[in-house]
Design a protein around this ligand. Sequence first.
Ligand SMILES: [Zn+2]
Length: 254
Amino acid sequence: MVDLESVQPVKAPLEIVDESWARALAVVAHPDDLEFGAAAAVARWRGQGKHVVYCMVTSGEAGIDGMHPTECKFVREAEQIESARIVGVDAVDFLGLPDGILEYGVPLRRAICAEVRKHQPEIVITNNIKNTWGGGALNQADHIAVGRATLDAVRDAGNRWVFPEQTESGLRPWGGVRQVWAAGSPDAQCAVDTTDTFDLGVESLRAHQAYIDGLGWEHFDAAEFLDGNSRQAGARLGVSHATAFEVFRIGLGD
Ligand SMILES: [Zn+2]
C-alpha cells in the first residue's frame, strides 16, 4: 500500500539558462525581493564580468510594521544597497513608487520602460508573476503588478512611438531585450548553477536584517531557507545548488 502523503510530485528536469549575454537589468517591487533566491545567480554573473543593475520600483517603506514609512524607506534602501554590493552590483535605482499599492497599468509600464531604455539590457530579471509560489502559497500584489508590467515594458521600450516623451528627452528606444526571467515562479523551466556563489546569496539576504527582524520570524535562518529552495532547483539541474527561473522569450525567433 502506498502512503500518498509521502509521495512527492516529481518535477521535470530544468534546462540551463542562456548565459550568452553581457547586460542584465533586475526589476522588482521591493528591497529583499532579489535576495530570496536570485542574488546567488547575480553573484555568479558578476563574477563572469557581466553587467547587472538593480531597479527597485518601491523602497519597501510599508514593509516593517513597527517602523513608520518615512524612516523605513531609508533603512530599507541602505540595506538593499549593501546587499547589492555583496554580490558585486554597484548600481541600484529606486523609482519611489508607493509600496503595497502598486497597480498594473500604463504608469507602471512607463516607469519600467524608461529603466529598460536607460540601461539597455539583453536579459531582464523580475519576480514571480503567478498568483501563488506553488502549493497554494499566495504571491503578493506588488510582485504580480511589477512582473506583468515588466513583460510589457520590454516591448514598449523598443517602440519609439510608445512613451515618445522619453525618446524626445534623450532616451533611445531599446529593442534588445531577448528574454525576461521570473525568479521564484512555480512554473520555472530553466536554472543556473549557484553552487559556488550560494554563500554570497546568503550574505546578501542577511543584509536585510531590519526587515527580517520586523517580520518577527524569530528563528529565521537565511542559510537554511535558501539552502532548501536552491537544493531543490539544483537536484532538477543536476548540481548541488541552483536558482530557477520561468523564462519568457521576446519575439518569435528563439
Ligand atoms: Zn516583495
